[in-house]
Design a protein around this ligand. Structure first.
Ligand SMILES: [Zn+2]
Length: 567
């Protein structure tokens, strides 16, 4: 393995790890919601952020219309988010979220919308209560289940620049022009705009309107609708997201971008880079086509076709922002000019283009309903890297790339983090997650069936937010196997399954699994690499005849991510 993994990665909390943040200096402030401390339990802000409580569960988001002005000189944001939602239960209060350092200017209840009378443009100012990042909005009368309502949430202030990605950063590009971006998976979208800041409930569509000084470009998510000169030195850029989107994916990228287009079949591809990097960017971004072809081969159409695929230069390593993936990998193959998996394969492609775009399928289309289950984003997308390698370079290289990730696994905390408290899972969600999915493929032990299973799995859950239990139930049903103890061992426990082999009696091998899950039963291939034999160990001892000597007796550990203990 190459050096610098464990220490650097242990601190990472968002999509992909930033070894350095180039071109932008990011200061760290302390008044963000703090992560969970094992000694003290979750903070109040993380309980409020993480819990899907009564005032969130009583409504279902329909649409956001975010309309803001960004002033690079004053480092100031002002505007409003119009939030449309349907009530699921009668109630007088809902929970939204906005970081405490941002000012709430007013929250208006739209009467015309809510009464269905177009002529009535009046609105009522609503009362609210702020608590550790949450904003509880109170209505003068009961909102009725089944009916749709809308509020205009006006706010202003200077969003914080925090976290490894920057949260909201008023930066400068290398030629000292404004370069402003958001990257807030860890911090939450309420670091810069008011919303229902959780993962379970997504809007069905969203307008993003960002006014910036003339001459600058804003690239946000969705389809570009057009720009309007506002006549006061500002131009507003309008974007429309036509699919469900999770909050942390909503982004702005404001800079002196140049834009070029391409197509892959009927999918529009749009690219944005700084003018001085244009040649390098055009060469490197050409890899997007091969990436799309690989993932479309396994999972079908690109999920956000109406919105198009965009790749946008950014000053940090990269982020999966839906339909507007950000890129900062220095226009070089590998990851930040390193051989990421250390076996000579990751230098053949641009890790960030492949990984961050893979999230369009897992993370953006199929999304975890709680941060605890973020392996649905990261484990699956890391596995998609492995599939990309297999598609481009063959199965052997795919397996080599996958197994190289073993060197990054820590096995110190379970992959599934505590639920409902905004807890971030450990980095094992990436590498152990991918190795587990590869193990699942070996359990199925039939590639044709595996490809069908993967494709159906994706199709079944696309555009939805789900939990681990949904995935287990799906695989159990489709395979007819009881995979629950296997999923639980890999995702809910720290230790790998240990295959114990006892050679005490000549000509016989005894075997069993040693695991935390009592019902753990997983087939595994043993014997010699030239001629594997399938056995079905459980947690009880079984025996088999074998002429192989203890030192010659192998286990197919590149197909099954397990530990082997020879007794
Ligand atoms: Zn990722």
């Amino acid at each position: 393995m190459f050096a610098n993994t464990a220490n650097t990665l242990a601190k990472c909390k968002a999509c992909i790890f930033v070894l350095t943040i180039a071109a932008t200096s990011v200061s760290t402030q302390t008044n963000a919601p703090q992560s969970m401390s094992p000694a003290t339990g979750p903070t109040r802000s993380n309980v409020l952020r993480g819990e899907y409580g009564r005032y969130r569960a009583n409504n279902d988001l329909l649409a956001y219309d975010l309309d803001i002005r960004v002033d690079p000189e004053k480092k100031f944001v002002t505007g409003k988010n119009t939030i449309r939602f349907k009530m699921l239960k009668d109630d007088t209060r809902i929970q939204l979220d906005l970081y405490d350092n941002l000012k709430i200017d007013k929250i208006l209840f739209r009467k015309s919308e809510n009464r269905g009378q177009r002529s009535d443009n009046s609105s009522t100012e609503l009362k609210y209560e702020r608590d550790s990042g949450a904003v509880f909005v109170d209505f003068p009368a009961t909102l009725k289940a089944g009916r749709t309502y809308a509020i205009d949430f006006y706010y202003s202030g200077t969003p914080q620049t925090i976290g490894r990605f920057g949260g909201f950063t008023f930066g400068k590009d290398p030629l000292n022009r404004p370069w402003i971006f958001t990257a807030c998976e860890g911090e939450g979208a309420s670091i810069w705009w008011p919303n229902k800041d959780q993962w379970k409930d997504e809007v069905e569509s969203m307008h993003i309107r960002v006014a910036v000084p003339n001459g600058l470009t804003d690239v946000s998510n969705g389809k570009f609708l057009g720009k309007t000169d506002l006549g006061d030195g500002y131009t507003r850029w309008d974007w429309l997201v036509q699919y469900p989107i999770n909050n942390y994916n909503v982004s702005l990228n404001i800079g002196n971008y140049v834009h070029w287009s391409d197509r892959l079949g009927d999918l529009s591809l749009d690219f944005y880079a700084l003018p001085e990097d244009l040649d390098k960017a055009k060469t490197q971004f050409a890899q997007a086509k091969g990436m799309l072809e690989a993932f479309q081969h396994y999972f079908g159409n690109y999920p956000f076709k109406k919105d198009g695929y965009k790749l946008v230069q950014a000053p940090y390593s990269g982020m999966e922002h839906q339909s507007a993936v950000t890129y900062g990998n220095r226009f070089k193959n590998g990851y930040l000019e390193r051989d990421w998996t250390g076996v000579g394969i990751s230098t053949r492609f641009d890790f960030i283009i492949i990984h961050e775009s893979g999230h369009e399928w897992f993370g953006n289309s199929v999304t975890a309903a709680d941060r605890s289950d973020m392996w649905i984003h990261e484990g699956w997308t890391t596995y998609l890297e492995c599939l990309y390698v297999e598609f481009m370079y063959g199965k052997d290289d795919g397996l080599k790339y996958t197994n190289a990730y073993k060197s990054k696994v820590m096995n110190q905390r379970p992959i599934i983090a505590p639920r409902g408290v905004n807890a971030t899972p450990p980095q094992d969600q990436y590498f152990k997650g991918a190795l587990f999915i590869n193990t699942l493929r070996s359990i199925v032990d039939d590639d044709k069936r595996w490809w069908t299973l993967l494709r159906d799995f994706y199709d079944h859950f696309k555009y939805r937010t789900i939990m681990m239990e949904d995935i287990v139930a799906y695989f159990n049903q489709k395979t007819g196997m009881n995979l629950t103890p296997i999923f639980d061992q890999y995702l809910r426990h720290t230790a790998l399954p240990v295959l114990e082999l006892d050679f005490a009696e000549a000509g016989t091998v005894r075997y069993r699994w040693k695991t935390d899950e009592a019902g753990f039963a997983m087939p595994v291939k043993i014997g010699t690499r030239a001629r594997w034999q399938l056995i079905r160990p459980t947690t009880e001892w079984q025996s088999m005849k074998s002429e192989l000597k203890k030192e010659d007796f192998s286990v197919a550990t590149d197909l099954y991510y397990v530990e082997v203990k020879k007794l």
